[in-house]
Ligand binder design. Structure first.
Ligand SMILES: CCC1=C(C)/C(=C/C2=NC(=C\c3[nH]c(/C=C4\NC(=O)[C@H](C)[C@H]4CC)c(C)c3CCC(=O)O)/C(CCC(=O)O)=C2C)NC1=O
Length: 170
């Protein structure tokens, strides 16, 4: 089920038949208070997605040039494009998760079965995680440059992807 911060919280309280308590109200408050910032950041992503993906890919291939050399997983035009397309998937779903204030959309639409697919195709996880981190850094910089002082909201969905994909603490 696709959840957002509100439905996810209500679901938890409903399961045990409780009224919303102080913790619930605090977490709802923080979700609503961060709403404008979430929308601003999603807008930055929406308005810049092609350049973000392209530049993050460029930086990744500079850092890990073996990927695009003969024998590398992103070698050949088809696989190079598949790699950038995957980065674009991550970015788009992160923008949804940011608005939702919940990572269930990532679990359900992106992460399910992904490790197995990657392992069977030899797509290396480490560099994929690095690609995700590069996009995170770029977006945090852009958000900061646009006047958003606390860019920590950006971390959650990217870190969730990276953590679940690598299944190790980051
Ligand atoms: C919306 C959710 C969703 C995701 C996430 C997704 C990922 C995904 N990436 C794939 C392939 C791939 N993914 C990569 C990615 C990379 N190779 C590298 O060296 C880099 C580290 C990395 C880019 C950062 C590559 C190169 C392939 C093609 C592999 C092959 O066919 O040999 C495949 C196999 C099928 C295909 O080629 O389309 C899937 C399913 N598909 C989806 O529907």
């Amino acid at each position: 089920m696709l959840l957002d911060a509100v439905t996810s919280l209500i679901k938890n309280y409903d399961v045990s038949g409780r009224y919303l308590d102080r913790d619930a109200i605090d977490s709802l408050k923080s979700y609503f208070q961060s709403g404008t910032t979430r929308i601003q950041i999603a807008n930055i992503i929406n308005a810049n997605s092609p350049e973000l993906v392209l530049n993050a890919g460029k930086q990744l291939f500079e850092e890990v040039p073996e990927l695009i050399r003969a024998g590398g997983n992103a070698y050949t035009t088809r696989r190079y494009s598949a790699c950038l397309r995957d980065m674009d998937y991550y970015l788009r779903y992160v923008s949804y998760a940011l608005i939702a204030g919940d990572t269930s959309v990532l679990d359900e639409r992106v992460l399910q079965g992904l490790r197995e697919t990657y392992n069977s195709l030899g797509v290396p996880i480490g560099p994929t995680v690095r690609g995700i981190q590069i996009m995170k850094e770029m977006i945090k910089d852009m958000a900061f440059a646009s006047g958003i002082e606390n860019t920590s909201l950006v971390d959650e969905p990217f870190d969730h992807l990276a953590r679940e994909l690598s299944e190790v603490s980051i």
